[in-house]
Ligand binder design. Structure first.
Ligand code: NAG
Ligand code: NAG
Ligand code: NAG
Ligand code: NAG
Ligand code: NAG
Ligand code: NAG
Ligand code: NAG
Ligand code: NAG
Ligand code: NAG
Ligand code: NAG
Length: 411
């Protein structure tokens, strides 16, 4: 018997690559016995593994087999043929050194590659040279590498930047899945998936979108999950937050004062006292230990060198409680209509306001009275009888106030 591929043609096999399974089974339907079929074992193969195209329900009276690659029987694509009686194996042009035919017709592929994916035809030839073609299919998929996430913006800014996260690498026949905080994606108009689900667009990003994100890849032979990826969202346009019990006041010897700025990102915070930088670093807070001698301005300045953006400055003014003032009079006993008097409020405190009181009431200025700038002196010129009485001055700052002892003016 000659090579079984020769009589296989007899004009019965269409050369135009039609699907043989569809057309030929009607031509060649076997009478009553079960149909000749080919099964891929396993159905989906990983690259580098072995796959068997297993032949089921071979008819009797067989002379041999021939295997072809593709959807049509074409001697240029013959892989191997086998003559049962002589056990003679003949290799064809499509043989690649990795295929092995068994006496039962099954074909083993060793170390499969993705190029092996496709259709294969087995021609079972009986002793009368009648051939029965049957098609089988091989699916070879790569073992997916561990995926990873990339972002097209390393430091996105809140409410401003769209961010595109991509699950790498791109591979064919792969299902991509995204997780946020280990949960599937919430429904949100700001989260958009590409058609193949490989990229996730966040539009625009907010501070709540830091993640972590994970992407999963799956194909029929493997699956992988990326390491968690955290988005470093910058936000810094908020006003500084003042925190602490005292804010601008001062209590005791140590006060819990702190300023912090609500920002996130590559900011450098400079802590200053009375405009002199003290320390700088990445802590967005500032809690100076304040004692009595530490009054002044405390400033927290945030600078973003990378984004070249926005300086957020928080300032804290610490006051000391004011001391008790006193009054000095140019002359406590004066003559009506003749004399003038100058009252001076004496205090060591700075940054204070001064008010004057007369007979326990806020002083009502008449046109004979004059206050100096800052209210520290009160001039009455000329003095009248109704000006006689108790004078007090009151000094205050935002955290405290104090009144002098009354000074009696006799007219
Ligand atoms: C054909 O032979 C091979 C190798 O011995 C075997 O693995 C396969 O299962 C056989 N096919 C059938 C249908 O028994
Ligand atoms: C499998 O095939 C690849 C190339 O396709 C080759 O590099 C590798 O050495 C082969 N492995 C075996 C076990 O033959
Ligand atoms: C990231 O991708 C989005 C959407 O394509 C685009 O609008 C944005 O400008 C990209 N950002 C950068 C830094 O390329
Ligand atoms: C993309 O993911 C959605 C669910 O998030 C899923 O319903 C859809 O089938 C996926 N599309 C593709 C092409 O995998
Ligand atoms: C972030 O989440 C918090 C709590 O769910 C919410 O109060 C806040 O408004 C969110 N911020 C933004 C910018 O979406
Ligand atoms: C100061 O801070 C300490 C420690 O945080 C806290 O226990 C204490 O209550 C704070 N004092 C005031 C007056 O807030
Ligand atoms: C603030 O004072 C407390 C108690 O005196 C001390 O433990 C702490 O180290 C001080 N912190 C700073 C920044 O000086
Ligand atoms: C105070 O006024 C009285 C009466 O006018 C006058 O005699 C006296 O010299 C004045 N004293 C001073 C220190 O100006
Ligand atoms: C001076 O006193 C008047 C009321 O008498 C007050 O309105 C004003 O604020 C005071 N000025 C200063 C600098 O304390
Ligand atoms: C002024 O007020 C003080 C206490 O507030 C009180 O003792 C005093 O009698 C008052 N004097 C006048 C003249 O009302």
């Amino acid at each position: 018997m000659e090579s079984p591929s020769a009589p296989a043609h007899r004009g019965l096999v269409p050369r135009q690559g039609l699907l043989l399974t569809a057309t030929l089974f009607t031509f060649w339907s076997l009478p009553t016995t079960a149909q000749l079929t080919i099964e891929s074992v396993p159905p989906n193969a990983a690259e580098g593994k072995d796959v068997l195209l297993r032949v089921h329900n071979l008819p009797g009276n067989l002379g041999g087999y021939a295997w072809y690659k593709g959807e049509i029987v074409d001697s240029n694509h013959k892989i191997v043929s086998y003559v049962i009686d002589t056990q003679k194996i003949t290799y064809g042009p499509a043989y690649s050194d990795r295929e092995k035919i068994y006496p039962n017709g099954s074909l083993l592929f060793q170390n499969v590659t993705r190029k092996d994916t496709g259709y294969y035809i087995l021609l079972a030839i009986d002793k009368n040279f009648q051939s029965r073609p049957v098609t089988g299919q091989l699916h070879v998929y790569p073992e997916l590498p561990k995926p990873s996430i990339t972002s097209n913006k390393s430091i996105p800014e809140e409410h401003k930047d769209p961010v595109v996260l991509t699950c790498e690498p791109q591979t064919q026949d792969t299902i991509y899945l995204w997780l946020i905080n280990s949960q599937s994606l919430p429904a949100s108009a700001r989260l958009q998936l590409s058609k193949d689900n490989r990229t996730l667009t966040i539009l625009p990003v907010t501070r709540n979108d830091t993640g972590p994100y994970e992407c999963e890849t799956q194909n029929p032979v493997s699956a992988g999950r990326s390491d968690p990826f955290t988005l470093n969202v910058v936000w810094g346009r908020d006003t500084p937050v003042w925190k602490g019990s005292g804010l601008t006041s001062f209590h005791g010897t140590n006060s819990n004062l702190s300023i912090y700025v609500q920002t996130n990102g590559p900011w450098i915070y400079t802590r200053m006292r009375n405009q002199k930088p003290q320390t700088s670093g990445q802590e967005p807070g500032f809690s100076p230990n304040i004692t009595l001698k530490d009054t002044g301005y405390y400033t927290l300045q945030a600078t973003n060198k990378i984004l070249q953006q926005e300086q957020v400055t928080g300032q804290l003014r610490v006051y000391q409680p004011v001391g008790k003032p006193s009054i000095r009079a140019s002359n406590a006993t004066v003559t009506e209509h003749k004399d003038a008097v100058v009252l001076t409020c004496l205090t060591n405190d700075k940054g204070i306001s001064i008010w004057w009181l007369f007979k326990n009431q806020s002083l009502l200025l008449t046109d004979r009275m004059k206050l100096s700038q800052g209210n520290s002196t009160l001039t009455i010129d000329p003095v009248r009888r109704e000006d006689a009485g108790d004078y007090q001055c009151e000094v205050f700052n935002p955290v405290s106030c104090s009144k002098s002892e009354p000074l009696r003016l006799d007219v």
